[in-house]
Write a protein of this length. Structure first.
Length: 90
């Protein structure tokens, strides 16, 4: 019989929470939930997560991802520019 540890090491859990893949998942999930709320309010009833997910993927996912990539690229570029122009302090 295989025994599993009672609890994952905390470092493993923290690693997952900090991973870029998990952060992207959370950001996308937040957008889907926002879409669910907006559409449910507009229609006057709860459309459910699955319907909101499919509708958001079909209508908004591509543009959301493009905008997010552009924003992240802009932040990375401005961060590098600031780092290169900021004098080093000893």
């Amino acid at each position: 019989m295989t025994q599993f540890p009672a609890k994952e090491p905390e470092t493993s859990h923290e690693f997952v929470k900090r991973s870029s893949l998990y952060q992207e998942f959370l950001a996308e999930r937040e957008e889907i939930l926002r879409h669910k709320w907006i559409e449910s309010e507009r229609l006057g009833y709860d459309i459910g997560f699955e319907r909101a997910l499919l509708d958001w993927i079909r209508k908004h996912r591509e543009s959301w991802r493009s905008a997010r990539r552009a924003a992240q690229t802009g932040q990375a570029a401005s961060g590098k520019a600031e780092a290169s122009t900021t004098p080093k302090q000893n």
